[in-house]
Design a protein around this ligand. Structure first.
Ligand SMILES: NC(=O)N[C@@H](CC(=O)O)C(=O)O
Ligand SMILES: [Zn+2]
Ligand SMILES: [Zn+2]
Length: 346
């Protein structure tokens, strides 16, 4: 039995750091283990322009814990007013690594997102030309479509037509949650990739709804039935070169989660790496953990692989903090519901 594993320092290719007091509280949870992260731009107001991204990058760097070696990979939030010239300048700056598509109304702080794709065609064409990836929150917002079907319907009615309309556009399907999402991503060519979160590899919809409603398991896209979780596990552990980790660690203060209209998001930055080691071991795929967390994402984004390492060791059951405290309120750390014996040892 293998009790220790050393991998290249991982990258989190989908992370919400927020701003202000929340940023200060959650940033160390990521920098402790991760070399880099793709930083989601859904602040209020959103990170739309290169200037916005520069300013947010500055606030993240100013909030870094002493001695942390961490590179935030900035992302622009696509609006119907986004200027292709600014997007090209953003890519040339070296600071911005992607543009994020939120269908308007699909998720937290997505009201400035896209309603009419015709309006963003010039930006998408420019991105295809310069090789800047589009990160996609892939759910339709049509209220008549069942929430559990919104990802699969998005792939058929929005994503696939969009990729045909803009050939060469590099796309990351963010936080896939279905067997349809996994199958579409894995069958794609070198312009298509997908991220998978830690929590979607662990929970299905029963965890949210059976035996009492569990607001800390509610996120978007919402977890689906067990067969989908198993398809995600197979995709994550498959070694496919364009399937990689994006935790979608999304902190909300507890009073906003434990609420009559609770916010969507699971906070997994603290324990993601031990949880992934647990799952990859369970699936007999520990040798593929490094690809998923530290290689495939960097390669898709054209980044050098980290030359630092992270070592995980198996021992006594790990004690994760139940909550991270912030001046914006406590944030509950994702509870996998089973004991985890892997620890990050350096
Ligand atoms: N995933 C979530 O449930 N929430 C994210 C937004 C997102 O990634 O869709 C957030 O910003 O809170
Ligand atoms: Zn999303
Ligand atoms: Zn997200």
């Amino acid at each position: 039995m293998q009790n220790t594993i050393t991998i290249r320092r991982p990258d989190d290719m989908h992370l919400h750091l927020r701003d202000g007091a929340m940023l200060a509280a959650v940033l160390p949870e990521t920098t402790r283990h991760f070399a880099r992260a793709i930083i989601m731009p859904n602040l209020v107001p959103p990170v739309v322009t290169l200037d916005d991204a520069r300013a947010y990058h500055g606030r993240i760097m100013a909030a870094l814990p002493a001695g942390a070696d961490f590179q935030p990979l900035m992302v622009l939030y696509l609006t119907e007013g986004t200027d292709p010239v600014d997007v090209a300048a953003a890519k040339a700056s070296g600071l911005v690594h992607a543009v994020k598509l939120y269908p308007a109304g699909a998720t937290t702080n997505s009201h400035s997102g896209v309603r009419d794709f015709d309006k963003v065609m010039p930006v998408l064409e420019k991105m295809a030309e310069i090789g800047l990836p589009l990160c996609v929150h892939g759910e339709v917002t049509d209220p008549s479509v069942d929430i559990f079907d919104r990802e699969a319907v998005f792939i058929d009615t929005v994503l696939d037509p969009l990729r045909r309309r803009v050939p060469g556009l590099r796309v990351v399907m963010e936080h896939i949650t279905t067997s349809e999402g996994a199958a579409y991503a894995m069958a794609g060519d070198e312009t298509l990739a997908a991220t998978i979160t830690t929590h979607h590899l662990i929970i299905n919809r029963n965890h949210i709804l059976a035996g009492g409603i569990k607001p800390h398991y509610y996120c978007l896209p919402v977890a689906k039935r067990e067969s989908h979780r198993l398809a995600l596990r197979r995709a994550a552990t498959s070694g496919h070169p364009r399937i990689f980790l994006g935790t979608d660690s999304a902190p909300h203060a507890d009073h906003l989660k434990e609420h009559a209209c609770g916010c969507a998001g699971c906070f997994t930055a603290t324990n993601t790496m031990p949880l992934l080691a647990h799952m990859f071991e369970e699936d007999g795929a520990l040798d593929r953990l490094e690809g998923f967390t530290s290689v495939h994402g960097a390669q898709f984004y054209g980044l050098p692989l980290s030359d630092q390492t992270l070592t995980l060791t198996k021992g006594d059951a790990a004690q994760f903090p139940a909550k991270i405290l912030s001046d914006a309120g406590p944030v509950t750390v994702f509870d996998p519901g089973f004991p985890v014996h892997w620890h990050v040892s350096n």
